[in-house]
Design a protein around this ligand. Structure first.
Ligand code: PCA
Length: 327
């Protein structure tokens, strides 16, 4: 925790103690999120907070602390679980090392369209909700990033050209993908992408056009290969005790605002894809479709990663895939 966060929270705790029963009148919730204000996920969450403030006549007032400004991405789930803050957002698949079910949305080409991603979310949601509930957390909503595509410094036709590249990763699946491509993965937070490229820590990545455009990827890469291989999701969740402490009306308002934010977020994500590819092109990047050889290699990697995931996720994993295949 940063010093700033610590003193801020101490202030919050003292405020709570002094306020006593007056608390029932209104709640000020601090909400840490990982991504910056230029990212549509953050904008969607800001709107969610605005709508909720309005629907509850100010009784539930969420302050969004974006871009890891209150807590770092790696801390957010735990501080909500501990009740240090009541609500937060993370990239769901960052938890895949705890349970493979959290990483099902990051397997290349398992569910690469919005329709398939929605079906996969529907198939996996009960499991994810149960796993969160076991930690004292209630899932509010989940929104996908646009399709994950390659950002490179050269026009790769032959997948072998990616061997040896130092490759930015953001979860275990991107790490594994880099390995299977013969590249060397390095974990880099989204906000640190420009620095990681400019200092030579990484020289290639796979992410959404949203993240690429937000980082001004044209400053440090030249070619965008439109693989749109999977749609990883962010998830917004609340501490279950904090939720239950709300009045019934406010709980209902929170659930309504969450459902609206989920629907709006998916729409925003879909609109982003073409918009941000155009922004990459306007920035000077060359937009390419994958060569046949690259597409074939990535499809093969997708098969390998699906098999590895099923092996690891066991019966729970198989049940999710069966429910998904029944769509
Ligand atoms: N942006 C985030 C996660 C997936 C994405 O599109 C990132 O690159 O870290």
């Amino acid at each position: 925790m940063t010093l700033h966060a610590r003193s801020h929270l101490l202030g919050v705790a003292l405020g709570l103690a002094a306020a006593g029963p007056a608390l029932a009148q209104g709640q000020n919730w601090d909400m840490p999120t990982p991504y910056g204000d230029g990212i549509f996920h953050t904008q969607n969450i800001m709107q969610f907070a605005d709508e909720l403030r309005e629907a509850t006549d100010g009784a539930l007032d969420i302050t969004v602390h974006s871009a890891n400004s209150l807590f770092g991405h790696a801390e957010i789930r735990d501080v909500v679980r501990q009740g240090v803050v009541p609500i937060g957002e993370i990239l769901l698949s960052r938890l895949a090392n705890e349970n493979p079910a959290f990483g099902v949305d990051s397997i290349p080409f398992l569910a690469a369209s919005y329709d398939d991603a929605a079906a996969l979310w529907e198939a996996s949601r009960p499991t994810i909700e149960e796993l969160f509930e076991a930690e004292g957390l209630t899932v509010l909503f989940s929104v996908p990033w646009p399709g994950q595509s390659l950002f490179l410094r050269q026009p790769v036709e032959d997948p072998a050209d990616m061997e040896g590249l130092s490759f930015r990763a953001y979860n275990v699946a991107t790490e594994r993908l880099a390995e299977l491509l013969g590249a060397t993965p390095t974990q880099v937070e989204e906000g640190d992408i420009p620095t990681a490229f400019s200092t030579g820590r990484v020289e290639a990545m796979i992410t959404s056009p949203s993240t690429g455009a937000n980082a001004q990827a044209w400053d440090f890469t030249s070619h965008y290969i439109d693989t749109q291989a999977w749609l990883p999701k962010n998830i917004v969740f609340v501490n279950s005790s904090a939720l239950q402490a709300l009045s019934e009306d406010d709980q209902a308002a929170l659930m309504d605002a969450a459902a609206a934010a989920e629907a709006r977020g998916w729409e925003m994500s879909m609109a982003e894809t073409a918009e941000k590819i155009a922004a990459l092109e306007a920035g000077g990047m060359e937009i390419m479709q994958p060569s046949e050889a690259l597409a074939a290699r990535l499809a093969e990697i997708g098969e390998t990663m699906t098999a590895e995931w099923l092996e690891e996720a066991g019966e729970t994993g198989q049940a999710i895939i069966d429910a998904f295949n029944d769509r």
